[in-house]
Write a protein that binds this ligand. Structure first.
Ligand SMILES: [Ca+2]
Ligand SMILES: [Ca+2]
Ligand SMILES: [Ca+2]
Ligand SMILES: [Ca+2]
Length: 274
């Protein structure tokens, strides 16, 4: 049997995580000293596994994998059948899994996999968090688990986010590369080239204008709100400066709905309250 076990022995990477060794098999990582099992029946216990098996593999600890579940729904009761088994023997978990599946009460068994988070932006504020104020600036990313989401999706240039606000400073060093440019419009020729009803709308539109008259320049008249919101949505990220943003590969369209130098009042195409 020992010779058979050698077949399943993979290189144990000499890294420790909370004093547990991790096995690397190609791009896959899993704990070397534990497996996850699901029992077929309820109220599982170590006694459901034969003593011979437990002794052979040195099973030392068994815990409910989802121990914080309190309700008695059908789904929860199924999750309660999932347990983590720790063992002290040097066998590879893959081999133990193969053997434990022969136990009649085991529905399935698999390694305790580890998933590596690969993206960690280097933006100055995100990376250093040297001050309390910096940590507040980036707290929203932690609250929404942005780091985990970035490993799945970081936004797309095909997505254009219209920031309907007080305009955007599109020359801002942490925004400029993500500002949308209207591909159907030729700048400053006095012609509505794309026929959308707006002349020379290169980066968006200013519905408020200087004094209530719309214009084609939705630049924020003063650093206030719209530029901030644009940065939260799609500041250039992993560029070593400024902040990290949520969907940083998306493009930003400036739709200014405020009148220059007026705040705390609102304006729209149909109504003005000043
Ligand atoms: Ca146009
Ligand atoms: Ca034009
Ligand atoms: Ca303007
Ligand atoms: Ca940045």
């Amino acid at each position: 049997m020992k010779f058979k076990a050698v077949i399943f022995w993979l290189v144990i990477v000499s890294i420790n995580l909370a004093q547990s060794k991790i096995i690397q098999d190609g791009d896959t990582y899993y704990f070397a000293d534990r497996i996850i099992v699901k029992y077929k029946n309820s109220q599982p216990s170590l006694g459901k596994i034969s003593n011979q098996f437990a002794n052979k593999f040195g099973i030392t600890e068994e815990t409910e994998t989802y121990s914080n579940i309190k309700d008695e729904s059908t789904e929860s009761n199924e999750l309660k059948k999932i347990h983590t088994l720790k063992f002290s023997s040097p066998f590879n978990p893959i081999y133990i899994i193969k053997e434990i599946k022969k136990q009649k009460n085991i529905e399935w068994a698999e390694p305790h996999y580890l998933y590596e988070l690969t993206f960690d932006p280097n933006d100055q504020v995100y990376d250093t968090l040297v001050t309390y104020e910096d940590s507040l600036k980036m707290m929203h990313l932690k609250v929404i688990n942005a780091k985990q989401a970035w490993d799945i999706n970081q936004g797309s240039e095909d997505v254009i986010i219209a920031i309907v606000d007080t305009g955007i400073d599109w020359l801002h060093e942490d925004l400029a590369d993500n500002i949308w440019n209207n591909p159907g419009e030729i700048d400053n020729n006095g012609i509505d080239d794309d026929g959308n009803g707006y002349i020379d709308d290169i980066r968006g539109w200013d519905f408020g204008g200087l004094s209530g008259t719309p214009d084609n320049n939705p630049n924020e008249d003063r650093a206030d709100h719209g530029t901030h919101v644009a940065g939260l949505a799609s500041a250039v990220t992993n560029n070593g400066i400024g902040i990290a943003s949520i969907g940083f590969n998306t493009k930003l369209m400036a739709v200014k709905t405020s009148i220059d130098n007026i705040r705390n009042r609102w304006y729209c195409s149909y109504c003005i309250r000043l």
